[in-house]
Write a protein that binds this ligand. Sequence first.
Ligand SMILES: Cc1cc2nc3c(=O)[nH]c(=O)nc-3n(C[C@H](O)[C@H](O)[C@H](O)COP(=O)(O)O)c2cc1C
Length: 193
Amino acid sequence: MSRTIILLFHRNIAKSSANRALRDRAAMIPNVEVVDVQSLYSDGVIDMFTDAGAEAQRLLSADRIVLQFPVQWYSTPALLKSWQDSVLTRMFYIFAEEEGDRLTGTPLMIAATAGNISGAYGLGGANRFTIEEIFTPLRATAHRCGLPWHEPYVVFTADKLDEAGLVEAAEGYANAIETFIAATPSASEQEAE
Ligand SMILES: Cc1cc2nc3c(=O)[nH]c(=O)nc-3n(C[C@H](O)[C@H](O)[C@H](O)COP(=O)(O)O)c2cc1C
């Protein structure tokens, strides 16, 4: 049985509509665990030696990882940057042999919500760059850490969706996660085939 961990980075999930709908739907998928990182580190500080040790073990227990967040200023929420600075620095620079090397090979998927329309993202659009280009730093990080990159799931006009739109976005997310799981069988599942 493989294990998928979704790390959710949202400053205030109680006030969210899109990420909350995605979270609630994803949590219904068997063997998928959603972790609200903001609720664990409400001050935004993730200590590299204490907190990040637990976060490293969490990652190492997963067969695949999803990073879920709202796009903010063409980037990630600050907490996701803090998480990278603490958890990934610890795992890949301080304890590379004990931790980082063991995480290498774990597939990674980005799930993001964006307020703008999809047409705004791209050459000629208001935002000039495609959403894939905006994810470049995350993709570079995944490459550096040896985490195979899976096609991202993106919800546009995320802050303007009505109830039906939220259900559609959430169902799309469930499909994307199930596709991710099917495309990335765990080592034991591969052996069983
Ligand atoms: C500080 C801030 C910056 C934002 N920057 C962007 C942005 O660069 N591009 C964009 O499409 N939406 C941007 N938005 C809109 C959010 O992405 C959108 O409100 C969010 O994805 C909705 O999800 P939620 O209902 O879970 O909060 C921004 C929102 C905030 C609060």
